[in-house]
Design a protein around this ligand. Structure first.
Ligand SMILES: [Zn+2]
Length: 136
C-alpha cells in the first residue's frame, strides 16, 4: 500500500487527488508516495464526538510533507520546476501524547482505521486500512 499524493504537470501536489489540479486546472498525471516520508505537524486536534466505528477520542493532525522533484520512476524532470512544493494531509495520529506543532511524524500502516461493520455501508464495499501518523 502507498500513501499517494497527486501531481499535475506544473508540479502542484495535492492529497487526496482531484480530477483536475485545483491550482491550474491541468489533469493530475503523477503520483508521489508519501508513505516513506516524514512530515511536520501543522496542527492537530482531538475529537471526542466521533462517528460510529471511529475510535474515541480520535486524534487528528494536518501534516505537511515536502515533495522532492524526483519522480516515482527514479528520473528527475527539471520542467516541473517547482522547488519546495509541499502537500498537506489530514489523518489520524497514533497518539496525542506529547505531540506539538512542528513535530516530525511518519506514516505507519494500520489494517483498520475504523471498526468494520459499524458504519451504515456494507463492510465489503469499504476499505478499512490506511495510514496513521506516528511521532518520530
Ligand atoms: Zn497544477
Amino acid at each position: 500500500m502507498t500513501l499517494d499524493a497527486y501531481r499535475c504537470e506544473n508540479g502542484h501536489v495535492t492529497y487526496p487527488g482531484h480530477t483536475r489540479c485545483p491550482d491550474c486546472g491541468e489533469p493530475q498525471t503523477d503520483t508521489v508516495d508519501l508513505s516513506e516520508e516524514t512530515g511536520e505537524v501543522v496542527t492537530w486536534t482531538t475529537s471526542t464526538a466521533t462517528p460510529p466505528g471511529v475510535r474515541e477520542p480520535n486524534h487528528l493532525a494536518i501534516v505537511e510533507f515536502e515533495v522532492s522533484e524526483s519522480h516515482s520512476d527514479g528520473s528527475s524532470d527539471s520542467s516541473a520546476g517547482v522547488d519546495g512544493e509541499t502537500v498537506r494531509a489530514l489523518g489520524q495520529l497514533t497518539t496525542a501524547d506529547g505531540v506539538e506543532i512542528g513535530d516530525e511524524v511518519e506514516p505507519v500502516y494500520v489494517e483498520e482505521l475504523r471498526e468494520p461493520g459499524a458504519g451504515i455501508r456494507e463492510p465489503e464495499s469499504q476499505e478499512w486500512d490506511g495510514y496513521r501518523f506516528e511521532p518520530v
